[in-house]
Design a protein around this ligand. Sequence first.
Ligand SMILES: *Cc1c(COP(=O)(O)O)cnc(C)c1O
Length: 369
Amino acid sequence: MQEIKIPLDWPNLGELEKDYVLKALESGYVSSAGPLVREFEQRFAAYLGISQAVAVVNGTAGLHLALKLLGIGPGDEVIVPALTFIATVNPVVYAGARPVVVDVDPWTWNIDPAAIEKAITKHTRAIIPVHLYGNPADMDAILGLARKYGLYVLEDATEALGSTYKGKKAGTFGQISVFSFNGNKIITTGGGGMLVTANPDLARRARLLVNQGREPGETEYEHKEIGFNYRLTNLQAALGLAQLERLPEFLATKRRHAAIYRRELQGLPGLSWQEELPGAESNWWLFSIVLDEGKFKANKPVLIQWLKSRGIQARPLFKPVSQQPCYRGSNFPPCAIAAQLHQNGINLPSASFLTEEDIMAVCAVLKSY
Ligand SMILES: *Cc1c(COP(=O)(O)O)cnc(C)c1O
């Protein structure tokens, strides 16, 4: 096996993280009790410029919780993009509702507003746009449709911390938005997530539901609702606080690396990448390319293997939801754009501790094919 010299996505952890986690450990507060969870929530909300943030055990749980908070359940339909990680879609099923999968736009790779409008029925309750690989979705069009048809917007911002759309941060557009702090995301708490909203009533109920339906601070083991154990721990929050402090550094690096990729690869025929909409700025979580099979000499598996043989980790874009065996029988439409992107698309090394030389080395190997 070839050793990985340049990894795709890997946590960027240093002395600050060690320091904060060690202090949390020494304080004895390792579980969800402890002051750092609230501090992390408050700093996260302040960073986004939104009033409410509730920490959760991971992004998937956050999306499930959000659907519950919006009262979405059996008989309801929720529109999701075909090109995304499966965790955008599964929570819709957990909530008892039906996911309706629509195709993406070939330039942004994000949910196509025209396809959304065609899929709306009298059962539609919500749209879940995903800012894929950090690239902001067409929020003006999506919010316009939501207003026109009376739908909720639940932003899957799990990949989009630090991305902006027309001067506002991704994750501040929907009734509720969800972030992920999984090990491979922009910042990590090991595993974790954050549900954010501008609505204090939704946040209050979220705090109840993450805590087994029990009011925070309640002492008699009284459970108002059938809730979940979806809390983040103090130990994880310590890691999150350190990572949040370093977020500006991570974002600057990712954007610099994306600029290098674009500069170096633009001369190569048959290669393209995600386009940002006017006014949108991606965090470039994972810089990704698509091969035009007619023009580029290699196909996807050959190119991934070529990179791997030189110690460079690359990966295909997500397999479309419409092609997933677990959703066989759901009669999702074929979603040709998502299928084509998966067929020919590759994520390239984007870890924030990589150097400019690493990125140049990846470009050189691509050019050498
Ligand atoms: C990572 C991710 C999630 C889920 O987050 P977890 O913290 O891993 O549960 C959901 N949607 C998308 C698009 C993601 O990339």
